[in-house]
Design a protein around this ligand. Structure first.
Ligand code: S3P
Length: 410
């Protein structure tokens, strides 16, 4: 059986670096991802005056402590990373600084107003220029309190929690659907007083302590290899992948479709991680409720791809959020299927994919600069080699070396 070890997790690497920056003492991020998004995170920390030292397999961060960045003004470049821009906004909202968070490329088109509005509700002063970047942050200590807000976005949730660390009172809000809880796990690991009761999160303000954080493999990068293994009918073992329940929606959906996938959790603190074994399987259609979308948000294009080959018609509800990613992933997923000679349709948040379709590539795949569309196209090429992909270099956002790994493993 072929073996694949995914690159370290992007979401967790960015969180570990940012939390390390405001903790007291030293944080060691072991096995960090080195990609365009995480390089942007390191550059932002440097700009904020946070000392970081990079080694081959770890990054040491000397925390500035709460309010330790100084008054600014800072001008930060989040590159193309939505996670970085939004989490930084939360971090700086409580830091007593003046800062401008700018970005580039695809990030300039992504909505920032829902984030800014959520942070303002907590008493921070964060403004988005015409709803987009740059974000302007002015000193204002967040009040905290019980917020009349519920969010299904892990990024907005995380930003609120980061701002809440420096608030006057505990901050409390609800999650409208469960999403990845990496921030919550790391906050607790670093000494924060955070409670979860049902869908309600309550954080009491307080300092963090630097810790050593080991980053597991990125399940979202592994997902392309799972899809390619299923499409090509070749068994595959994936080693040391993160198995956070908030990231497993894709795997759970595939299991409901009849995929023979086994998960073996090996470690669980602060993040569950382990191995995944994928065996050749015949897939049938599935119906995805909107509530499941946050746990598979970055894997929906892949699910659509596999659904086109399954038996029966797959219906994916609550897919509207996909329009706000690195590309409009409804448009780019439909375009990907269409370049493969396959059909799907989208209406009012619901993506419908008829199954039993052949892939007969008609033209090169347009990636729209979106790393996940480029990698989904590569997964399709496991079934139809020779598929051409435009602007494949966009994979460097999350997985430099993706095509080399892909050729070696599949
Ligand atoms: C992420 C959360 C998701 C996801 C993104 C990474 C995170 O975004 O699409 O790739 O690290 O928290 P939303 O929380 O906006 O859905």
């Amino acid at each position: 059986m072929r073996i694949y070890t995914p690159p370290p997790d992007k979401s967790i690497t960015i969180r570990a670096l940012l939390l390390g920056a405001i903790a007291a003492g030293r944080t060691v991020v072991k096995n960090p991802l080195r990609s365009r998004d995480t390089e942007a995170a390191l550059a932002c920390l440097k700009e904020l005056g946070v000392r970081t030292k990079t080694f081959k397999d770890r990054v040491k961060v000397t925390g500035a402590g709460p309010g330790g960045f100084g008054p600014g003004p800072f001008r930060l470049d989040a590159g193309e990373s939505g996670t970085l821009a939004r989490l930084l906004a939360g971090l700086l909202a409580g830091a007593g600084t003046t800062a401008l968070i700018a970005g580039r490329g695809t990030l300039l088109h992504r909505p920032m107003e829902p984030l800014a509005a959520a942070l303002r509700l907590a008493g921070a002063d964060v403004r988005a220029a015409r709803g987009r970047l740059p974000l302007k942050i002015s000193p204002a200590r967040p009040r905290g309190g019980t917020l009349k807000l519920s969010t299904a976005s892990a990024q907005i949730k995380s930003a609120l929690l980061l701002a809440g660390l420096a608030a006057r009172r505990p901050v409390s809000f609800r999650e409208s659907a469960p999403s990845r809880d990496h921030t919550e796990r790391l906050l607790k690991f670093m000494g924060a007083r955070l409670n979860k009761s049902g869908s309600r999160l309550t954080l009491r303000p307080g300092p963090l302590k630097g810790r050593t954080i080991k980053v597991p493999g990125d399940i979202s990068s592994a997902a392309f290899f799972i899809a390619a293994a299923l499409l090509s009918g070749r068994p595959l073992k994936i080693k040391s992948a993160g198995l956070n329940p908030g990231r497993l929606g894709f795997v759970k959906a595939l299991k409901r479709m009849g995929a023979r996938i086994e998960l073996k959790t090996r470690t669980s603190f602060p993040e569950p991680a382990g191995d995944i074994v994928v065996r050749p399987s015949l897939l049938r259609a599935v119906k995805i409720p909107a509530r499941d979308i946050p746990s598979m948000i970055d894997e929906v294009p892949l699910l659509a791809l596999l659904a086109a080959r399954a038996r029966g018609t797959t219906v994916i509800n609550g897919a509207e959020e996909l329009r706000k990613k690195e590309s409009d992933r409804i448009k780019s997923t439909l375009a990907l299927l269409s370049s493969l000679g396959a059909r799907a349709s989208y209406r009012r948040g619901t993506l419908t994919v008829p199954g039993g379709q052949e892939f007969a590539p008609l033209r090169p795949v347009e990636t729209f600069g979106d790393h996940r569309i480029a990698m989904a196209a590569a997964a399709a090429s496991a079934l139809r080699p020779g598929l051409k992909i435009k602007n494949p270099g966009c994979v460097d956002k999350s997985h430099p070396g993706f095509f080399r790994d892909f050729r070696r493993v599949l």
